[in-house]
Design a protein around this ligand. Structure first.
Ligand code: R5P
Length: 292
């Protein structure tokens, strides 16, 4: 197996290659003056099992098209097989029609991934498992929650409470609690589908005097974490931390979350950001070992 670190995940791809002692083939990459992508493999691809590591965080469309070009070029150059490691899979939140007439964007993305010659997809904490079920190639979603929880264990917090900001993320809080062992719970979130505004309904959280870590799959605008951190502070939490796998952090999310009372925001390098303090390289390497 050889590893090809894509332009959006150069560091992560290189680290995974080093952990597995794989040969890395670098890409020559540039934008044409009109912003179209140019990609060229600088090493031999023919006959190889190729693993591409390319996340599709912002700018999503740019990173996605690069992934498609790299994968189809690898096949075109004679790769025996192509595994795409896409730590953050863009569009996974639009996996169904929430309002009449909406595009199911994820369906378009999955069809493009399949058509590009990718034989297997590996992603991390995909927003919806339904996406994997609709894929016509094998796909799996790894979990980075234990890596995030380990980070908080090392901080030395006193049996922190693991909280999910909505019921849908309660599995994440349960997973974190297996390491943090301070108990877990979930909040009741309502989002206005048109304005995007987030509201938290009152419910018993048993957070008084506790260190609390809010775990979510992603932070985008920060609306969810802001509302969750504010409510936990109101409930008397001693300290509040915000943790996510995918720190998209758009529109000043980081500043807003810190202003709402959270002490720290911790994310992974699924998407490189100022809060990417935890690397998912070990879990990706472990998953790839099965195919070497
Ligand atoms: C929603 O279901 C997700 O798990 C996240 O809670 C959400 O996408 C976060 O978005 P934002 O940061 O914009 O509230």
């Amino acid at each position: 197996m050889i590893v090809v670190p894509g332009p959006s995940s150069k560091e992560l791809g290189t680290t995974v290659g080093q952990i597995l002692r794989l040969k890395a083939v670098q890409l020559e990459f540039k934008h044409f003056p009109d912003d179209e992508n140019y990609i060229r493999f600088t090493g031999e691809i023919s006959g190889q099992d190729v693993t591409i590591i390319q996340s599709t965080g912002p700018p999503q469309d740019q990173n996605l098209i690069q992934l498609l070009i790299i994968a189809s070029a690898a096949k075109d150059l004679g790769a025996r097989s192509v595994i795409a490691v896409v730590p953050y899979l863009a569009y996974a939140r639009q996996d169904k029609r929430f309002r009449p007439g909406e595009a199911i964007s994820m369906m378009t993305v999955t069809r493009l991934l399949e058509a590009s010659g990718i034989d297997r997809l590996i992603t991390v904490n995909i927003h919806s498992q339904a996406v994997l079920r609709s894929l016509r190639i094998p796909g799996e979603s790894l979990s980075a929650i234990s890596l995030l929880a380990e980070h908080f264990r090392r901080l030395g917090l006193k049996k922190p409470l693991s909280i999910a900001p909505d019921k849908g993320a309660s599995d994440i809080a349960i997973e974190a609690d297996e390491i943090l062992k301070g108990g877990h719970g979930w909040m009741s979130k309502e989002r206005d589908r048109i304005t995007g505004e987030v509201k938290m309904e009152e419910r018993e959280l048993n957070a008084k005097g506790r260190d609390v870590v809010i775990f979510d799959d992603m932070i985008s605008t920060g609306g969810t974490m802001v509302a969750a951190a504010a409510m936990l502070t109101k409930h008397g939490a001693r300290s509040v931390y915000a943790a996510c796998v995918h720190p998209l952090l758009v529109g000043g999310a980081q500043e807003k979350i810190l202003a709402s009372g959270a002490r720290e925001i911790v994310g992974t390098d699924c998407i490189l950001s100022p809060v990417s303090k935890v690397s998912v390289a070990p879990i990706i390497a472990e998953a790839l070992r099965r195919y070497m």
